[in-house]
Structure formats: structure tokens, C-alpha cells
Ligand binder design. Sequence first.
Ligand code: SAM
Length: 381
Amino acid sequence: VRSVKEGDTEVLVPVPEEGANFAPSAAPVFFNPVMEMNRDISIAATSAFLKRMESDPEKTITYVDALSASGIRGLRVANEIGIETTLNDWSEDAYQLILENIEKLGIDGHTFARHKNANVLLHEKHFNIVDLDPFGTPAPFLAAAARSVIDLLEVTATDTAPLCGAHLNSGIRKYAAIPLNNEYHSEMGVRILLGRIARELSLHDKAMIPLLSHATRHYVRTYLHIRRGAKQADKMLKKMGFIAQCECGNREIVYGLAVHVRDKCSLCGKENIISGPMWLGELHEPEFCDETIEELEQRNCGTKEMSVKMLQFCRDELDIPMFYEQHLLCKKLGVSASAIDTLITALRDNGHKASRTHFSGTSFKTDAELPDIERIIADIR
Ligand code: SAM
């Protein structure tokens, strides 16, 4: 093992043996330094959420890192935030490393190690905050997490190919939905994951309010405020739905689970491709993005600049399903692309809402319909 420092926390992590496969998943205990940004944002977001809950200082808040590996994520929560933390992994090597890390950090008063199947642990006990950070898909853990969680559910998914439709059948099996792999596949992945989580929560008469959701090429991460009650769950499910996409670029967003989705494009009459069911509601709460940015600014973290920038994009992007890719539209129209901010200004000047998006630097979100967008792009020159 070797020692690494992330934030204010020094943790022992495995060093792959000489000549061994260097993939993080090939090590006896998993550690991926590339996920530092994910963890930095996680600490900031968890802390921002706790500040919202501070009304009852007597209340003990419990947090579980259900799939801990070295424990680095949960150890940072215990050490940098200080709430009651449970670290769990079913691997013996990981469990021993977690115990060593807890002792080394001197946080054994409020930090507990568990050596169980995560699903067993989550079925045995309720936690205020549940964090799932698995290899690949979180799908096998969602039922237990939805049952256990009281206030905040934090989920990572690294199986972007199934989520985004690149591995279609795997995505259908894991998420009980049909994704579409086109220009907005990264947002598709987030919405397919959130749709699956919403349906797991509704089983327990729970609802989610997404506070922050972000995607990179390698993962999707989301922070969901949990509310209790059948009425809340019913209201949440109204934000589920489908997207009918035509090859001409036109898309129709259809809310509801038992609804008629038009199979022909309303613009050109060609066959629509239908994806879903998926979450069509909000991905972020702008105030929460701001509160998380404030936490990042105040904390020690290696990815501060990048993380703040990404959260600003999340905060400022329109919460309308599915961004448009400027280059694709320009190719269709046979014109060259302009700076994305020029296009956004033009859309706004024409009376539409428009914003950039954290999903892609060459894309935008707008409430304008396709014919208006195309006319505005063509008129820029
Ligand atoms: N959260 C860690 C981090 O930030 O470095 C990474 C966790 S790693 C991607 C996933 C871990 O889950 C592995 O250590 C694996 O042993 C553990 N795991 C997989 N299935 C499990 C299960 N059913 N119960 C408990 N642990 C499990």
C-alpha cells in the first residue's frame, strides 16, 4: 500500500504489483485516482446538504459508503465532515484496509467498518445518507438503497455504455428502459438512471428531488433529496416519460407512463424512434449547486477549479430534457458552426430561453422548436 492525500484526508490505498494489470479494478483493493473530482464534489455536496438539515443539532446523522473499497470516499466524509460514518465492503482485503485506515486517521469514535454484502447491510438498517459507488452499474443495489435511505441518496454509475444505449440490451436489462444512443446520449444516461431510481423509491412511497446530477465520459453521479409519502411519490412519477426522436432532428417529449407516443414525426412524417421510460424532471436545484460551490471554495481539494466550473455549468443550464449539438445541426444545414455563446445570444434575441450545458462544450439547451433553431442558426451569418 501507499499513502495518498485527497482533501484533508490521508488514506492508504493499494499499489498494483509490478508488471500487473494497472486497471483499478484489477488491484486486490480498488482505487481510482481519476475519481478524485467525483469525491471532491461528493464531500462538498454532502456537507452542503447537512447544512440544510442543521435545524436539529441533537439529531445524529448517519452516512453509509456501502461499497467502500479502500474507504477513501467514506473516510473523507468521516474525517472532513465528521458525521457518523459506516464503511462497508464484502472483500476481506478491503475490510482490513478500511480498519487500518480508520485507526490511522484516529476517527474510530464515529466511524464503523462492516464486512457484508451491501444489500444485506442496507436491508438491515436505515441510514440518513446512502452512497453507492459500485463497479459499473448500481442497479443491483438500488432496491436495498431505496429502502434504507432516509434523507439523501448519492449514486455513481460507471456503466455509461449500457446507460447511453451503446450496449443496448445490457441497458434494457439493467434499467428496464430503452435508451437511445445519439448526440445527447450522455444526458440520456443520466435520465435513464434517474428513471430507474425513481421507480425503486416509489415502491417504498418515497420520492426524490434531484439536487445535482452530472455526467462525464466515464460516469454519471447524482444527489437526490428523499421525501416520504405516497402523494409525493405519485407526483414524482408524473415526471417520467418518453422521447420520440426523428432522424430529421425533431424530438417530442412525452410525460407519463401509460401514454400514447406518436410513432410518426410531426414535422416530416418519418418514423420516430422511441426511448424511455426515463426521468424528464429536473436534474439540479440551482441553489444547491451554489451551496456546493461555496463548500468547494472553502475546502481543501485538488480539483477545486475544475469542480467549481462544472457546477457553474450545472447551475446555469436550462432544466429542459435533451440538449442540441450545434455541429450536427450545422452539418445538416450546410453551414459552419459559430461560437456557442453567439448562438445562445441569437436564440435569446429571438425570444427563446437558451443556455450552455455541462454535458458538452459544443451543445446548448433551449425551449425553441427545431424549425426556429435551424432558422436562427442559418441567420447568424
Ligand atoms: N467507493 C470506492 C472509492 O471511491 O474508491 C470505490 C468502490 S469500488 C468501485 C466497488 C467496491 O464494491 C469493491 O471494493 C468491491 O469489493 C465492492 N463490492 C462489490 N459488490 C459488493 C457487494 N455486493 N457487497 C459489498 N461490497 C461489494
